[in-house]
Ligand binder design. Structure first.
Ligand code: NOJ
Length: 556
C-alpha cells in the first residue's frame, strides 16, 4: 500500500453506520432485533452512502449491560441468530460494498464467562489470576455506581470491576489472558470482518500503586475512571495487540479512549500509533466537570466549550484521522442534547447533520439519528432498562436529590434515550417487531419513521442522503483543512455562544459552514460567505442572517 492510498484509506471515504442490533429490526417477533433484521435493512444503510457497519456486541451474554458483558468471545448470541446468519450478513454487506466491524470488549468479560467461573473457584486453579483479585478493597466507585469491588464468598476475595459487578476486569498482566483475547480477535478477522471498535480500552492497565492493595481515591466518591484510566505502561499492551492482531491487515480500528491527552495522541493513532482512530469524549462530555461523568453534577452546555472541544480534536486530523460523532448507544439524542428547549426538532437534526458531515474525519451515524429520533423520557426509574441509569439514579438520591430531581437527570442522560427501537414505519411498534418490544417505542413514531421520511423530499432522512452524497464526492469535504472562524473570542465575535462557523479549504476551494444554535435570528459578521454560493441548508431560501436553528453550507 503506498502512502497516498494509506492517507485516504477506504475507512476515511465513507460514513460508518452504527447498529445496536437489539433495537434495530426484529424478524422473529421476539421483541428483540436480530442479525437477519440487519441483513433485511442493508439497503437502508447503503442508501446513506455508508461503507461500514459497526455492530455493538452480538456475542453470547447474560445481557446485564446489553452485550458488553461477554460470556463467549467467539460465538453468536442465540438472541441475535446464528453464525450462519452472521456469515450471510458479511456476504450480503460485501455485495453492497459495506464492511462489518465488530465491537471488542476486552477490558472485562461477563461474570458468567467460563474463565471467570473457573477463576473464582479458588486461588490455585489454572485461571486463578485471569481476573483482578485482592484481599482488601479500595474506596473506588465503579462507573455504573456502587463500589468497584465485589466480594466473592467462594474464593474469599474481592474482584475488581470498572463497570457493573457482573463485568469483572480481566488481568492483562497475564500473558495467557492477552493471548486468549488476541486469538478471539483474529478469529473474527479470519471470518472477514473489516475491523474493530474497541471498548473501554484505557482501563486495561491498572496502576502499580494499586497492587499493594491500598490505593484509596482522594475522595471516597471518586470514580474508578480517575484512578486507572490510561495508566503508564498501557502502550506496551496496545503495541502487542497491534503486532498480534491488526498489523499487516487492511482493516480499521477505532478505540474508545476517554482521557488520552492531546500530547499522547501520536502514540495512540496515526502511522506510528496503535489504532486508526480514537473515540474521545471531550465534545460529548462538555457538560461534566473533571471527567467525572456524574449526571446530576452536570451543567448546561456552553456552545463555546463545545466548539473548543471540536476544534481541538479537528487539529488532530492534521496528522492523523478522527471519528466524527454526536450520538451512539450511550449518549442522549443530539437534537435534545445540543439544542435549547423549544428548538424545532427537524431543523436541529439537519443542523447537526451538517456539522457531522462538514467536519474533517469519518462521520459515524448512529441508527435513528438519520431520521431525527429524539430522547425517550420514561416517567419512572423502573421503566428504564439501562443499568447505568439505575446507578445514576441511586447516586443522585444518595446525594440528597428528590425522586423528581433525580428523574430529571435520568431523562436527560439515560442511555435508553438512544436505545428505543428503530422507527421503520407508522404501523404497530413502528414496524420494529410484531411482538412486544424489549423497550417501548418512542411515541413520535407515526411521523418520525423511515417510510414516511422516504416519501418526503424535505425529510431529515433525505437530507442525510444528500449530505452523504455531497461529502462522498467532495474533495474539500473529504480532505480539506479545517478552520474555525472567530474562535472563542467574545470581543471580536459577541455571538460566540450562539453560532458555530468553520471552513474547509483545499487549495483555492473553500466550503463555509455556519450553524445557529439559538431559537432566534443571529446576524452574521460581514463577509463570512465572501461571494460563495449556498450549496445546502435546512431552510429552503437564503437570508443574510441566520434564522432560528438555521444551518448552511456555502462553497466557491
Ligand atoms: C462502553 C460501551 O459503549 C458501553 O455501552 C458499555 O456499557 C461500557 N463500555 C462497558 O463495556
Amino acid at each position: 500500500m503506498n502512502r497516498r492510498e494509506f492517507i485516504f484509506a477506504w475507512w476515511k471515504k465513507k460514513p460508518v453506520y452504527q447498529i445496536y442490533p437489539k433495537s434495530f429490526f426484529d424478524t422473529t417477533g421476539s421483541g428483540t432485533g436480530d442479525l437477519r433484521g440487519v441483513i433485511e435493512k442493508l439497503d437502508h444503510v447503503k442508501s446513506l452512502g455508508a461503507g461500514v457497519i459497526w455492530l455493538t456486541p452480538i456475542y453470547p451474554s447474560p445481557m446485564i449491560d446489553n452485550g458488553y458483558d461477554i460470556a463467549d468471545y467467539t460465538a453468536i448470541n442465540p438472541l441475535f441468530g446464528t453464525m450462519k446468519d452472521f456469515d450471510e450478513l458479511i456476504a450480503e454487506a460485501k455485495r453492497r460494498d459495506i464492511k462489518i466491524v465488530m465491537d471488542l470488549v476486552f477490558n472485562h468479560s461477563s461474570d458468567q464467562h467460563p474463565w471467570f467461573l473457573e477463576s473464582k473457584t479458588s486461588r490455585e486453579n489454572p485461571k486463578a489470576d485471569w481476573y483482578i483479585w485482592r484481599d482488601e478493597k479500595t474506596n473506588w466507585r465503579s462507573i455504573f455506581g456502587g463500589s468497584a469491588w465485589t466480594w466473592c464468598e467462594e474464593r474469599g476475595q474481592y474482584y475488581l470491576h470498572t463497570f457493573a459487578k457482573e463485568q469483572p476486569d480481566l488481568n492483562w498482566e497475564n500473558p495467557d489472558v492477552r493471548r486468549a483475547l488476541f486469538d478471539a480477535a483474529n478469529f473474527w478477522l479470519d471470518k472477514g470482518v473489516g475491523g474493530f471498535r474497541i471498548d473501554a480500552i484505557v482501563y486495561i492497565k491498572k496502576p502499580e500503586k494499586f497492587l499493594d492493595g491500598k490505593a484509596d481515591a482522594p475522595d471516597g466518591t471518586c470514580a474508578v475512571h480517575n484512578m486507572i484510566a490510561n495508566t503508564p505502561g498501557i502502550l506496551d499492551f496496545l503495541r502487542e495487540f497491534k503486532r498480534e492482531v491488526f498489523a499487516g491487515r487492511d482493516i480499521f480500528t477505532v478505540a474508545e479512549a476517554n482521557s488520552v491527552k492531546p500530547e499522547e495522541l501520536k502514540f495512540w493513532v496515526g502511522n506510528d500509533g496503535v489504532f486508526d482512530m480514537l473515540f474521545e469524549f471531550s465534545h460529548v462530555n462538555v457538560m461534566f466537570n473533571n471527567g467525572d461523568e456524574v449526571w446530576h453534577r452536570s451543567h448546561p452546555i456552553k456552545l463555546s466549550e463545545f466548539k473548543k472541544a471540536l476544534s481541538s480534536s479537528q487539529a488532530v486530523t492534521r496528522h492523523s484521522w478522527y471519528p466524527i460523532y454526536f450520538e451512539n448507544h450511550d449518549k442522549p439524542r443530539s437534537v435534545n442534547n445540543f439544542f435549547p428547549h423549544g428548538s424545532d426538532k427537524i431543523l436541529a437534526a439537519k443542523a447537526m447533520a451538517i456539522i457531522l458531515f462538514g467536519l474533517r474525519g469519518t462521520p459515524f451515524i448512529y441508527q435513528g439519528e438519520e431520521i431525527g429520533m429524539t430522547n425517550a423520557a420514561f416517567k419512572t426509574i423502573d421503566e428504564y432498562d439501562d443499568i447505568s441509569s439505575r446507578g445514576a439514579y441511586d447516586l443522585a438520591r444518595a446525594d440528597g436529590l428528590s425522586d423528581k430531581e433525580a428523574m430529571r437527570f435520568v431523562q436527560k442522560f439515560s442511555r435508553d434515550n438512544a436505545r428505543t427501537p428503530m422507527q421503520w414505519n407508522s404501523s404497530a411498534n413502528a414496524g420494529f417487531t410484531s411482538g412486544k418490544p424489549w423497550l417501548p417505542v418512542h411515541d413520535d413514531f407515526k411521523t418520525c419513521n423511515v417510510e414516511a421520511e422516504e416519501k418526503n423530499p424535505d425529510s431529515v432522512l433525505n437530507f442525510y442522503r444528500k449530505l452523504s452524497a455531497l461529502r462522498n464526492s467532495s474533495d474539500v469535504l473529504l480532505r480539506g483543512e479545517y478552520e474555525e472562524i472567530f474562535p472563542t473570542n467574545e470581543e471580536i465575535f459577541p455571538t460566540n455562544e450562539e453560532i458555530f462557523v468553520f471552513t474547509r479549504m483545499l487549495g483555492m476551494k473553500k466550503i463555509i459552514i455556519a450553524v445557529n444554535f439559538t431559537t432566534h435570528d443571529v446576524n452574521l459578521p460581514e463577509k463570512i460567505f465572501d461571494g460563495a454560493k449556498k450549496i445546502l441548508g435546512n431552510y429552503p431560501d437564503e437570508k443574510n442572517f441566520l434564522r432560528a436553528t438555521e444551518a448552511v453550507i456555502y462553497g466557491n
